[in-house]
Design a protein around this ligand. Structure first.
Ligand code: NAG
Length: 480
């Protein structure tokens, strides 16, 4: 008995969060320097440098994240950085913490405060490069020898466009010192480091930067050493190119979905584009692997969806003069709600970029890395929208259930996950009406739209129900 008990304790203590367990989570991606401050820093600052966000500030604002319905966060790399590395991608000492965000104890206090609320913490990590852009490696720890790095060459746009992995793996990204993982010391140290980092701070998952820039065999070892859910970034929308990276890590950030969904909702494309997308992705990655992919509406590397340069599009053939309520900004908001709801409900793990809930609209890096403090408004329209979806996702346990397509044509795409039914349309100029006959609900079931739970309910009768979507709205039904 005592042996059993101590075994049990041991299992609890060393229990690591697997990709299966992550499936039901909903992740809030924040930039540590931009989310919350304990130092009373100004909300207006130079977005190209430190603005003063910190771990203590984050701890004070966990209600904001939890009430929004998220049960995981993804934070900026925590390691010591060269000057100006507010984003965390310019590492100097892999075993030191970035003091701009607080001490190592502050970071531990953050993880602990999150765990007390059952919020999991995913840390961003870099194993491709260090933060110096010269040939002086003296300050880098533990990689302070030139033999730890590739000889200098620069990755070109042409290398990225032609998927020239030979150059992408050994040359510098933005001039940053490129670690040579063929060097045994480098690989051994990186594996030792990631194991230490995860265990020291009790992280529940890692987001891996610049995955395509290191040889694939390294990532098998790195992922195993981390021992937690690993989701990698390959900044590319070509699913067949990405395929080779599915397997070495648990999952990829879902750039194919990002580009597909942006195009569909922004450009009023036919909704059955999603049917084609899922067929292709299933063929390419395998059905199993899609479940762990990170679905994102926006992130820190792309102009936000609501940014003027990429929104406000209305097709030439659509005349809106008879629909005065459909202004550019109204359509933009409908589109953004749609892509955000799609990421939160569709198969994969939602990773929603901070500021979405306040309709942030920043342009290219660093304009898309706005300060959030001063805007931590829990009553905004988009905050409530996201909150409603996260709550429905949790009460129906949708994240752990298969996605089944229920309707697909040019006007509507709909699916269920368990008892949650989600329907989307990119036809912002009209009402669309469909009869849904393929569904999992028993006769007489009342389904209510989570956004209007008391006024928009429908009943399953004669094996079917009627679905109305007005002007590109999203509806999510759950049984009453
Ligand atoms: C590199 O780091 C090692 C271990 O910390 C140290 O012993 C050595 O002196 C360093 N070398 C240089 C050139 O800084």
């Amino acid at each position: 008995m005592r042996l059993l008990l101590s075994l049990f304790v041991l299992v609890v203590v060393i229990h690591c969060k697997t990709k299966e367990e992550w499936k039901s989570r909903s992740v809030y991606q924040l930039l540590t320097d931009r989310f919350a401050t304990s130092q009373g820093k100004s909300t207006s600052c130079n977005l190209g440098n430190y603005c003063g966000g910190d771990y203590k500030g984050m701890i004070q604002q966990l209600d904001y994240i939890q009430n929004l319905g998220f049960d995981a966060i993804w934070i900026t790399p925590v390691v010591d950085n060269y000057d100006g590395g507010y984003h965390g991608y310019w590492a100097r000492d892999m075993y030191g913490v970035n003091r701009n965000f607080g001490s190592a104890d502050d970071l531990k206090a953050l993880v602990n405060a999150c765990h007390q609320r059952d919020i999991w913490v995913m840390v961003d990590v870099v194993a491709n490069h260090m933060g110096n852009t010269n040939l002086n490696f003296n300050q880098n720890n533990p990689f302070n020898q030139s033999s730890h790095y590739h000889d200098w060459c620069d990755i070109t746009d042409n290398d990225f466009n032609s998927h020239n992995l030979y150059n992408i793996e050994r040359c510098r990204l933005a001039g940053l010192a490129d670690l040579n993982q063929d060097n045994q010391f480098v690989t051994e140290q990186l594996l030792q480091w990631i194991k230490w980092l995860v265990q020291e701070f009790k992280f529940d998952g890692i987001r891996i930067d610049t995955l395509m820039m290191v040889k694939i065999d390294f990532w098998y070892k790195f992922s195993e050493a981390a021992g937690v859910y690993t989701v990698g970034e390959v900044f590319d929308g070509d699913m067949n190119f990405l395929k080779q990276f599915v397997g070495p890590v648990d999952a990829l950030l879902n750039y194919p979905l990002f580009y597909t969904a942006r195009d569909v909702f922004l450009h009023w494309r036919d909704m059955n584009t999603f049917e084609n997308y899922y067929n292709s992705l299933t063929n390419s990655w395998g059905k199993q692997n899609i479940q762990y992919a990170g679905n994102f509406n926006d992130n820190h590397d792309n102009a936000r969806f609501l940014n003027d340069q990429v929104s406000g599009y209305i097709p030439d053939e659509v005349f809106l003069s008879d629909k005065p309520h459909l202004t550019f900004s109204a359509i933009k908001k409908l589109q953004f709600k749609a892509i955000t709801a799609f990421c939160l409900t569709s198969v994969g793990i939602p990773m929603i970029y901070y500021g979405s809930e306040q309709l942030y609209a920043g342009g290219n890096d660093p304009q898309n890395r706005e300060v959030l403090w001063g805007n931590l408004d829990q009553s905004s329209e988009m905050y409530k929208f996201i909150q409603a979806i996260n709550n429905a996702r949790k009460t129906t346990n949708a994240g752990s259930q298969d996605q089944i397509q229920r309707y697909s044509d040019s006007e509507i795409y709909a699916f269920t996950r368990g008892t949650l039914f989600a329907a989307f349309s990119s036809k912002y100029d009209r009402q669309v009406v469909k009869t849904i006959t393929y569904h999992p609900y028993a006769e007489g079931t009342t389904l209510c739209n989570i956004f209007y739970p008391t006024t928009d309910c429908i009943k399953v009768a004669s094996g079917k129900f009627t679905l109305y979507l007005n002007y590109g709205e999203v509806k999510i039904f759950i049984p009453k």
